[in-house]
Design a binder for this molecule. Sequence first.
Ligand code: ZN
Length: 209
Amino acid sequence: MAGASLQQKEWVDDFLFVGNQLALDFLNTKPILEGEARELLPSAAALEQWLIASGIVTSQKDRALVRAWRDSRQGEAFVKKLIAFRERLRGAILRLEGGLLPEDAFLAEVNVLLKEYPRRASVHQQGSKVVLDVFFEPRKPEDVWAPIVAATAELLSEVEPSRIRKCESESCIVHFYDTSKKGSRRWCSMNICGNKLKVAGYQRRRRLA
Ligand SMILES: [Zn+2]
């Protein structure tokens, strides 16, 4: 059942994955839940969890490397930089949703990071074809820039801006890439906001009737 699997994937280890795109899932690491802004990346340990939940870090070797950043000064300093970038990304996404291009300064920042932290890839044979493997080498916290800025660049350049939207619930700040056939997705998730709004709409219609 497609519905059931989508539901299961919405939350992974207390992180929200409804963006349909990595940069948006990253942006959604500070949602408003039950009326309060919740920072889901307050520390290097939380970042470690998110990297695993998002599928960026998979192997045992990489998990061990990332675990070493916990409680390290370098790890904590990096998380601060990363969440500051996330808020600038939010500004860029809000502009896109408003029909504007991101500011030049933001694109310049992305370009510096793309150059300094390129995404690593290799090709190998699989059966009768050659496949591309993108991988992440977490030797130091700053290496996390590679998947984040690659996803940001992809979001800005390859995704149709009208398909990037904020959840229609006023009290919700979750953004998503609408990959539905009709392009009619309205909510971050049926479970989080959809049902609530449907019930509110129903009650309003009943009051008016
Ligand atoms: Zn929502």
